[in-house]
Design a protein around this ligand. Structure first.
Ligand SMILES: [Zn+2]
Ligand SMILES: [Zn+2]
Ligand SMILES: [Zn+2]
Length: 275
């Protein structure tokens, strides 16, 4: 059997070894005539694994060793061109969200001359936003002035924060600490005149916020603003007499979640334990 034929059979064996692996489609086997000899003049074929993704390296080497040949491993590095800034119209940004991921909320740290720098609140990437009728940014990005292009996600509506719940149960509830607001006490129902102590907490979305308000009941209100649909808060109040209960609630939600049980524990909390 000729060397070339032997090598081809080996290549077939290699593909068989990885036939059930999802990454087999990314694999290629290249046959080199490289002749490597040692000081005795001995030479033998060997396998050289060259890969950029290192997720499966150990598994791949283990499988290749079954072929009884030496395996050499070379780590490839991929270099991608620098991110070029995408410029979209403000109308398309509103409809389709971030050009990279489709998220609808973000911040505009710099704007002027019908152009803006927009940073996505989800993936964190930056794009350029142009006012209607503006076709080239007046703001430079690394010395480049991006020109208007069609939104890469045109046709896919922008998305907000998903209505996720914690794996541990309950709802997400990220307290911003205790402040003052016009509200009522979650323990006794006292109304503020005009201000009471209060916790403001971010919840996952409007629907989750409505569930949290129902869960807490007395003293909880939803703070939803149409122009900030992904910064939804629930506010919980407490009178002076029940400030300790509010502090206890704040302590119990420090992991970022709230549950019916947590609300009950905070309501029942007492500085002087009842006998
Ligand atoms: Zn991989
Ligand atoms: Zn994004
Ligand atoms: Zn009270």
């Amino acid at each position: 059997m000729g060397k070339r034929e032997e090598a081809n059979q080996l290549a077939d064996k290699i593909f068989q070894l990885f036939a059930d692996k999802p990454y087999v489609d990314e694999m290629v086997v290249t046959i080199f005539d490289t002749f490597v000899r040692d000081k005795e003049g001995d030479s033998q074929p060997f396998l050289r694994l060259a890969n950029s993704c290192q997720d499966h390296t150990t598994e791949i080497i283990q499988k290749l060793r079954r072929l009884g040949l030496d395996v050499e491993h070379v780590q490839l590095q991929a270099f991608y061109p620098k991110q070029t800034i995408i410029a979209v119209s403000v109308n398309e940004l509103n409809k389709f969200g971030c050009p990279h991921c489709g998220y609808r909320s973000g911040a505009m740290p710099v704007s002027g001359g019908g152009s803006g720098v927009w940073q996505c609140g989800e993936c964190g990437k930056t794009c350029c936003v142009l006012a209607e009728g503006v076709v080239k940014s007046t703001i430079g990005f690394n010395g480049e002035y991006p020109e208007l292009q069609s939104h890469p996600r045109r046709g896919t509506p922008a998305h907000g924060r998903p209505d996720n719940k914690p794996d541990s149960g309950g709802e997400f509830f990220r307290s911003r600490g205790i402040g003052l607001d016009d509200c009522s006490c979650f323990v006794c129902g006292t109304k503020g005149h005009p201000m009471l102590h209060n916790i403001a907490a971010f919840v996952q979305c409007k629907e989750a916020g409505e569930r949290v308000v129902t869960m807490i009941g007395q003293g909880a209100v939803l703070d939803y603003r149409e122009y900030e649909p992904d910064r939804v808060q629930v506010k919980v109040g407490a009178c002076d007499a029940h400030y300790a209960n509010l502090e206890e609630l704040d302590r119990l939600v420090s992991s970022g979640t709230i549950s019916t049980n947590v609300v009950k524990m905070a309501r029942d909390f007492s500085l002087t334990p009842s006998k």
